[in-house]
Write a protein that binds this ligand. Structure first.
Ligand SMILES: Cc1ncc(C[n+]2csc(CCOP(=O)(O)OP(=O)(O)O)c2C)c(N)n1
Ligand code: SF4
Length: 298
């Protein structure tokens, strides 16, 4: 473990900014298809934002490209709808430029694990202090239904008419292997549970990754609401969230699809803390952005 300074995470409850849930909703109406799972995640996010008294002027929602990545348009905070797969680099830049901001990232399994897969790995291992919600529908929705990295083996689409020959990746095991310090899974059909996971992610200091099953009724006729309702089960009450090996085991269970918090590191120092702790070792020009940042936090 590196010697590092301790950045005090602002106590979000302290400001007691009493904003009603509907005030987090922007004037832009969601453009998702009726019945899309992404609605449940949007509503769960509003609930979490209210419960944590997030101040819209100190909050940024970042996304890539995809149906799910339209998310920032629908939320009354700052937002950044970036390039496909570049959610993590932009979120990193925002957080490093102003560590006081609460940064939430949203996007699809294609955006996060295919084109953005490399960035996901490094954001997780750096332990950036952000909350990343993947709206996982196991398909490319926006481009009309191709396979994604979480599509199951044999999944039939117009571009894989004989069935996908790729093994799906396991987002939770990937995140755990890459060093994410908070790893959870939810289902958009249970928005209350999702909002609780987002609240815990916001409270965690470090990279909080939440994979949420979010059915796409238009293009994915396999991973439906009905399918998940029958498949998902809450993690056992006695699950030890500090046991990473157990988390990997539960996340890769071939029989049971668990939801809940799989892992939360007992100790977690964020990327910002490490970078800022190196301040004396870095020659800074007070006029550069880095210099100003160091001046602000010295
Ligand atoms: C560089 C680049 N490559 C490909 C695309 C086309 N494209 C747009 S969204 C998308 C995938 C969307 O799937 P996902 O991220 O899972 O989000 P969803 O639409 O399912 O919510 C692709 C391949 C693009 N916009 N930019
Ligand atoms: S295509 Fe699928 S993911 Fe996209 S908005 Fe429609 S239901 Fe949602």
């Amino acid at each position: 473990m590196l010697d590092t300074i301790e950045l005090v995470k602002p106590d979000l409850d302290e400001g007691k900014l009493d904003i009603e849930e509907f005030e987090y909703r922007s004037e832009v109406k969601p453009t998702w298809c009726p019945g899309c799972g992404d609605f449940g995640i949007l509503n769960a996010t509003f609930t979490a934002m209210k419960q944590k008294h997030l101040n819209p002027k100190d909050t940024v929602c970042v996304s890539g490209i995809g149906c799910s990545s339209r998310f920032p348009f629908f939320v009354n905070t700052y937002g950044f709808h970036t390039l496909h797969g570049r959610t993590m680099p932009v979120a990193t830049g925002i957080k490093m430029a102003n560590p006081d901001l609460t940064v939430l990232a949203f996007g699809g399994d294609g955006d996060g694990f295919a084109i953005g897969g490399g960035h996901f790995i490094h954001a997780a291992r750096r332990n950036l202090n952000i909350t990343y919600v993947i709206m996982d529908n196991s398909v490319y929705g926006l481009t009309k239904g191709q396979t994604s990295p979480t599509s199951r083996l044999g999944y039939v689409t117009k571009t894989s008419p004989a069935g996908s020959v790729d093994e799906p990746l396991n987002p939770l095991v990937l995140a755990l292997a890459c060093g994410a310090t908070f790893v959870a899974r939810g289902f958009s059909g249970r928005p209350k549970e999702v909002s609780e996971l987002i609240i815990q992610g916001l409270e965690h200091k470090g990279f909080a990754f939440i994979d949420v099953f979010s059915p796409c009724p238009t293009f994915n006729k396999v991973n439906t609401f009905k399918y998940y309702k029958e498949e998902v089960t809450a993690l056992p009450i006695d699950h030890d969230v500090t046991n990473k090996l157990k988390a990997i085991e539960q996340a890769s269970s071939p029989k049971i699809v668990y939801t809940g918090v799989f892992y939360k590191a007992a100790e977690s120092h964020s990327y910002e803390e490490h970078v800022l702790s190196q301040r004396p070792a870095v020659q800074t020009d007070a006029n550069t952005l880095l210099g100003k940042l160091f001046a602000k936090y010295s």
